[in-house]
Design a protein around this ligand. Structure first.
Ligand SMILES: *[C@@H]1O[C@H](CO)[C@@H](O)[C@H](O)[C@H]1NC(C)=O
Ligand SMILES: *[C@@H]1O[C@H](CO)[C@@H](O)[C@H](O)[C@H]1NC(C)=O
Ligand SMILES: *[C@@H]1O[C@H](CO)[C@@H](O)[C@H](O)[C@H]1NC(C)=O
Ligand SMILES: *[C@@H]1O[C@H](CO)[C@@H](O)[C@H](O)[C@H]1NC(C)=O
Ligand SMILES: *[C@@H]1O[C@H](CO)[C@@H](O)[C@H](O)[C@H]1NC(C)=O
Ligand SMILES: *[C@@H]1O[C@H](CO)[C@@H](O)[C@H](O)[C@H]1NC(C)=O
Ligand SMILES: *[C@@H]1O[C@H](CO)[C@@H](O)[C@H](O)[C@H]1NC(C)=O
Ligand SMILES: *[C@@H]1O[C@H](CO)[C@@H](O)[C@H](O)[C@H]1NC(C)=O
Ligand SMILES: *[C@@H]1O[C@H](CO)[C@@H](O)[C@H](O)[C@H]1NC(C)=O
Ligand SMILES: *[C@@H]1O[C@H](CO)[C@@H](O)[C@H](O)[C@H]1NC(C)=O
Ligand SMILES: CC(=O)N[C@H]1CO[C@H](CO)[C@@H](O)[C@@H]1O
Length: 837
C-alpha cells in the first residue's frame, strides 16, 4: 500500500442511519476502521432486519497484488472459515502494491493501481442491515465475465440482474440470468488492458445487477467479504492466482476422460448390454456406462433392483479384463429414503438436517423415493454414516463402481420448504417470511429446496461456531461442497486410491478440489449447445476445469442434426458424456447415420489428442497446492488479446495449441447437408489446418462442414503436440504406449512443445508418483529446428525427470502447406535426433 487517505469523523449515510467513524488503525498490512450508527434502532423494511448498530471495515493487504475487504457487523455470528478446505489466502506477506482508501465523499471504499487506474470501488453502501445489504460498485468496462452458476447466452455478462442460490429449477430458468446449481460470485473484469478479479465470499442468497455504469450487489445479509486480485495484462496468470486461493483443482483419472454414455430410462441391464453391443458394432468407442435412478429398488439409494439389474450382469458389464468391459458410474442422491437401512442408520447417527419445528426431528423432504431425510455433512457423525451406507451397499451386492455421480445436492426437494407446520423452535433462526426480500424475485428461495431455517450442526467438522445450530440460509450453498468432500474421502478409502472420479451437480467456490461437475439438466436446443461453450469458460474461471454438458441435450427430444453437431463439439469438452432424460427420444450416437459417423470420427479424434489433453492438466500441477491451478479451456482472447477481434469470439475455444471450431448453428435449409462455418484465427500467430496442413489465412474464414465432419481444428504454428494413434481403439486401455509428435513448423522452420513420457495412463499410482508429484515430473520438453534439409530434434530431460521410456513412433510434420509423416520409432530417452527431409 502506498497511501492511506485518512479522514477523521467520516460520515456515511445509510437509510436513516448515520455512521460516524470512531476509530482508525493501520498496523502495517491491515487497516481497521470502526463506524458507529449514531441513530441506531432503525430497520430495513422489515422489523427483523435492523440496520447495523456499528460495523468495522478491515482492509487486509494479503500480498503484492491481492487484498481482502471485510465489512463486519456485530449481529452475525457465521463466517466462512479461512482455512482448507475453504478458500484462503496463501500469504506472501508482501505489502500491497496498490492504493486504497476507506472514506467519505460518496466513495465508501476504493482500490486503484499505482498509476491511478481504478480497480474496485464501492461508491455507495445504500443499505447495511442484518438481512439485506446493497452495495453499488463502479462498472469499469463491458469486458466483464463470470458470476454464476446461471444460464448464459454469452460469456460476457450482459445488462440485467442475476441471482445466486443453488437451485434445481429448470422450469424457472427460461429467463436468462437466474440461478442454477452452483455458487460462484466472482467476476473477471478488463479495464485499460489490465485484469482484475473480485470474489464476494458469501454463501448467502444474492443478486448482481449490471447496469450501464454500475454493478450492484444485493445480498441477504451476512458478513461481507470481498477478495480482490489485481492482475496485469495476462488473464490466465490472474485466474491461476484465483485458483490458488481456491486451493486449486484435483486431477481426474485418465479413464474418466473417455467417452461416457448415460440415460435416465435404462430399465434393465439387458438394455445396457444392448447399448454396449450397439456401440461396438458401430465401431464407436465407449469407456463408461452410467446408471440413473433405474438401477435402484424403489428409487432408494444404496439398493440394487436385482430383477432388472442382476449383479452378475453388472460384473459382466464392468469386467475390464474382458475386451468389452466398461467403467460404471451409478447415481447417488443426498435424500435418503426414510424407509431404508441407510435412513434408519441416519436417524440413529443423529447426523441429519433438522427441522426447526420440533426438537431433534429430522427435516422431512420429498425426493425420488418419496419421504427422505438429508445428511448434514457438517455433523461429526456424517462421514461414518455415509461411509457405512456406501460400504454396505458395495458389500451387500458385491459391486465396485468406478466412480459416483452425486446429483440433486443443491439440495433439490420436491416439496417447497418446511412440511411440519407450527412455530419455530429456535426464534433466532430466520424463516422465509422474516426476510425483507427474496433474491429469487417472484419465485422463492424455498422453491424446489428445503426451508432456509432447517438446522445444521453448529459445532461441526467444517463449520464450528458458538451457536448450537447453523441455519440452511448459511449452509445451503455448501451442501454440495460438503458432500463432495466426504464422498471423495470415502471413495478414496474404499477404492484404496488417491485419484477418484465423482461428478456433482452442485458446486461452490473451491469445489474444483473435490469434484468434477456438469452443467446440469439442459434441453436439446441449439441455444443450449452454444451456451455450453460459455459455461466451459465460466467453470474454467471458477476453478473447475474438468467439466462438460449433456451431449445431445437432456430434456426434450434431440434431432439427428443437433445431436451430430453436439457430438462434434462435446468430443472436445474436458468431460464428455451423452446423457438423456426419461421420456425423451433415444439419442445414443449409433441411432442415426450422421450421429454414428460423427461419433466414430469425433471420438477417435478426441482420443488422438486425449493424452495431450491430460498432459495439459498434468502440466498445471502447482506444488504449493499439491493440486492443479489455471484454466484448460480458454476463449481466444486469453492468449491473443493484442488482437481486439478475439474479444467478441465466444463459440470457438482453445485447448493448448489447438483452436476448436465447432458448428453451433442449425442448418434450416433441409436441402443442404452442410453448414457454413465462420471462424476466426488470431492475427498474432500462424495457423494450419489439422486436416490438410494448409495455412489458414489470419482473421475470418468460411468453410462448409457436412453433418459428419468433425469440429474444425486449427493448429498453432511453432508447436509440438503429443498425438496418439487411436485407430480402432474402443477402450482406452487398448491405446498403445507409443506416441506420435505433431510438429507444426513456423515460418522460421522451428517448433517447440512438451509431452508426457509415461507408458500406462491407467496406472494411477504411476501417474501420481511420476507426474503429479512435488519432486518429479514426467514431462519432457522438445524443440525442433530446421537446418538445411534436416530437422534437428532436442529432447530435454528436466533435472527432476521421473518419466518412463516410451517410443516416439511417428513424427507428423506440418511444413510448407503439407503433412509429412515419418516413422522414426525413437526412444523418448534419446537426447537428440535428426530427420532428413
Ligand atoms: C457494536 O454494536 C454491538 C451491538 O449493539 C455492541 O455490543 C458493541 O459494543 C458495539 N461495538 C462498538 C465498537 O461500538
Ligand atoms: C447513496 O444511497 C442513498 C440511498 O439510496 C442515497 O440517498 C444517496 O444519495 C446515495 N449517495 C450517493 C453519493 O450516491
Ligand atoms: C428390459 O427392458 C426392455 C425395455 O424396457 C424390455 O423391452 C425388456 O423386455 C426388458 N428385459 C428384461 C430381461 O427384463
Ligand atoms: C457378458 O455377457 C455377454 C452378453 O450376454 C456375453 O456374450 C459374455 O460372454 C459375457 N461376458 C462375461 C465375461 O461373462
Ligand atoms: C416482515 O416480517 C413479519 C414477521 O416476521 C411478516 O409477518 C411480514 O410479512 C414481513 N413483512 C414484509 C414486508 O416482508
Ligand atoms: C468445535 O470447536 C470446539 C471448541 O474449539 C471443539 O471442542 C470441538 O471439538 C470442535 N468440534 C469439531 C467437530 O471439530
Ligand atoms: C492399498 O494400496 C496400497 C498401495 O497401492 C497397498 O499397499 C495396500 O495393500 C492396499 N490396501 C488394501 C487394504 O488393499
Ligand atoms: C459451400 O458450398 C456451396 C455449394 O456447393 C458453395 O456455393 C459455397 O461456395 C461453399 N462455401 C465455401 C466457403 O466453400
Ligand atoms: C494405427 O494403428 C492401427 C491399428 O493398430 C494400425 O493398423 C495403423 O497402421 C496405425 N497407423 C499408423 C499411422 O501408425
Ligand atoms: C520400435 O522400437 C522398439 C524399442 O526399441 C522395438 O521394440 C520395436 O520393435 C520397434 N518397432 C519398429 C516398428 O521398428
Ligand atoms: C433454460 C432452459 O432452456 N430450460 C429448459 C430446460 O428444459 C425444460 C424441459 O424441457 C424446459 O421447459 C426449459 O425451458
Amino acid at each position: 500500500m502506498r497511501i492511506c487517505i485518512i479522514i477523521f469523523c467520516t460520515l456515511v449515510f445509510l437509510n436513516n442511519a448515520q455512521f460516524v467513524e470512531t476509530f482508525r488503525y493501520y498496523d502495517g498490512n491491515k487497516l481497521t476502521v470502526n463506524f458507529e450508527n449514531i441513530n441506531p434502532g432503525d430497520y430495513y423494511k422489515n422489523q427483523t432486519s435492523p440496520i447495523y448498530p456499528n460495523f468495522t471495515v478491515e482492509v487486509i493487504e494479503d500480498g503484492k497484488n491481492q487484498l481482502t475487504l471485510r465489512i463486519l457487523n456485530p449481529l452475525d455470528t457465521f463466517e466462512i472459515p479461512h482455512e482448507f478446505p475453504f478458500p484462503y489466502t496463501k500469504s506472501d506477506s508482501a505489502h500491497g502494491e496498490y492504493d486504497y482508501s476507506v472514506n467519505e465523499d460518496g466513495t465508501f471504499f476504493s482500490v486503484s493501481r499505482y498509476d491511478g487506474s481504478p480497480v474496485f470501488t464501492i461508491t455507495n453502501a445504500t443499505v447495511l442491515s442484518l438481512l439485506y445489504s446493497e452495495l453499488h460498485t463502479e462498472l469499469l468496462s463491458e469486458d466483464i465475465f463470470g458470476f454464476g452458476e446461471r444460464r448464459l447466452n454469452s460469456f460476457r455478462i450482459p445488462k440485467g440482474e442475476f441471482s445466486i442460490w443453488n437451485h434445481d429449477f429448470w422450469e424457472f430458468d427460461t429467463q436468462v440470468g437466474f440461478s442454477l446449481y452452483g455458487t460462484h460470485p466472482v467476476v473477471l473484469q478488463r479495464y485499460n488492458q489490465q485484469y482484475h478479479i473480485v470474489l464476494l465470499r458469501s454463501s448467502r442468497p444474492m443478486t448482481m445487477e449490471r447496469t450501464d455504469d454500475e454493478l450492484i450487489y444485493r445480498i441477504t445479509g451476512g458478513q461481507l467479504e470481498f477478495k480482490i486480485f489485481i492482475g496485469k495484462k495476462n488473464p490466465k496468470e490472474l485466474i491461476k492466482q484465483y485458483h490458488q486461493y481456491l486451493n486449486g483443482w484435483e486431477l481426474h483419472p485418465f479413464w474418466s476422460s473417455g467417452w461416457h454414455q448415460s440415460r435416465w430410462g435404462y430399465q434393465n441391464t439387458s438394455v445396457i448390454q444392448d447399448v454396449i453391443q450397439n456401440y461396438k458394432e458401430s465401431n464407436i468407442p465407449l469407456e463408461v456406462i452410467w446408471t440413473d435412478l433405474d438401477y435402484m429398488q424403489d428409487r432408494k439409494d444404496f439398493t440394487l433392483n436385482e430383477e432388472a439389474y442382476p449383479r452378475e450382469d453388472i460384473w459382466n458389464i464392468t469386467d475390464r479384463t474382458q475386451p468389452d468391459g466398461v467403467h460404471w458410474v451409478p447415481i447417488v442422491d443426498p435424500g435418503i429414503a426414510v424407509d431404508s437401512d441407510c435412513g434408519r442408520d441416519l436417524v440413529e447417527s443423529g447426523a441429519y438436517i433438522k427441522s426447526n419445528r420440533q426438537s431433534q426431528t429430522p427435516y422431512l423432504g420429498m425426493v425420488w423415493p418419496g419421504d427422505v431425510y438429508f445428511t448434514d455433512f457438517n455433523h461429526p457423525n456424517a462421514y461414518e454414516l455415509w461411509y457405512k451406507c456406501h460400504k454396505d451397499w458395495f458389500t451387500n451386492y458385491q459391486i465396485a463402481p468406478s466412480g459416483i455421480w452425486i446429483d440433486m445436492n443443491e439440495l433439490a426437494n420436491f416439496r417447497d420448504g418446511e412440511k411440519i407446520k407450527g412455530p419455530k423452535l429456535n426464534d433466532d433462526i430466520f424463516e422465509l417470511k422474516d426476510l425483507p426480500w427474496d433474491a429469487m424475485g417472484t419465485m422463492t428461495l424455498e422453491g424446489h429446496t428445503i426451508a432456509i431455517d432447517a438446522l445444521h450442526e453448529g459445532q461441526g467438522v467444517y463449520f464450528n461456531v458458538s451457536s448450537k445450530y447453523i441455519p440452511e440460509l448459511d449452509l445451503h450453498n455448501f451442501n454440495g461442497f460438503l458432500e463432495q468432500i466426504e464422498q471423495r474421502k470415502l471413495l478414496q478409502e474404499i477404492q484404496n486410491k488417491t485419484l477418484i472420479f465423482q461428478l456433482s451437480r452442485s458446486s461452490i467456490f473451491g469445489s474444483g478440489r473435490f469434484s468434477a461437475i456438469w452443467f446440469g439438466d439442459n434441453a436439446s436446443t441449439w441455444a443450449w449447445l452454444r451456451s455450453s461453450i460459455y459455461q466451459m469458460f465460466n467453470f474454467n474461471l471458477f476453478g473447475i476445469p474438468f467439466v462438460g454438458d449433456d451431449i445431445c441435450g437432456f430434456n426434450q427430444d434431440t434431432t439427428p442434426q443437433l445431436c451430430a453437431r453436439w457430438i462434434q463439439l462435446g468430443a472436445f469438452y474436458p468431460f464428455a458424456r451423452d446423457h438423456n432424460a426419461l421420456g425423451s427420444k433415444d439419442q445414443e450416437p449409433y441411432l442415426y447415420e450422421i450421429t454414428k459417423i460423427s461419433a466414430q470420427n469425433s471420438i477417435q479424434l478426441r482420443y488422438e489428442f486425449l493424452k495431450y489433453y491430460y498432459y495439459l492438466f498434468i502440466s498445471q500441477r502447482d506444488s504449493t497446492l499439491q493440486a492443479g491451478s489455471g484454466t484448460i479451456v480458454d476463449p481466444l482472447w486469453f492468449k491473443y488479446q493484442s488482437d481486439p477481434q478475439t474479444f467478441n469470439i465466444e463459440t470457438q475455444f482453445q485447448i493448448g495449441n489447438i483452436i476448436v471450431n465447432p458448428v453451433v448453428d442449425e442448418q434450416t435449409d433441409s436441402s443442404l447437408d452442410y453448414t457454413e462455418l465462420q471462424f476466426y484465427v488470431p492475427l498474432s500467430a500462424n495457423w494450419v489446418s489439422l486436416e490438410n496442413g494448409q495455412r489458414i489465412p489470419n482473421g475470418w474464414n468460411t468453410i462448409n462442414r457436412t453433418f459428419t465432419d468433425n469440429a474444425f481444428l486449427a493448429l498453432e504454428a511453432g508447436s509440438v503436440i503429443q498425438h496418439s494413434n487411436a485407430t480402432g481403439v474402443m477402450r482406452l486401455r487398448e491405446m498403445s504406449s507409443d506416441i506420435d509428435l505433431i510438429v507444426v513448423l513456423n515460418e522460421f522452420g522451428q517448433a517447440s512443445g512438451s509431452y508426457m513420457s509415461i507408458r500406462d495412463y491407467d496406472n494411477e499410482e504411476t501417474i501420481l508418483q511420476r507426474c503429479w508429484n512435488d519432486q518429479y515430473t514426467c514431462i519432457r520438453e522438445i524443440s525442433v529446428k530446421t537446418y538445411k534439409d534436416s530437422l534437428l530434434f532436442t529432447n530435454t530431460k528436466a533435472k527432476n525427470d521421473n518419466s518412463e521410456e516410451i517410443n516416439i513412433k511417428n513424427i507428423i510434420i506440418y511444413r510448407n502447406q503439407q503433412i509429412l509423416r515419418v516413422e522414426i520409432n525413437v526412444s523418448s530417452f534419446t537426447q537428440s535426433w535428426q530427420i532428413n527431409l
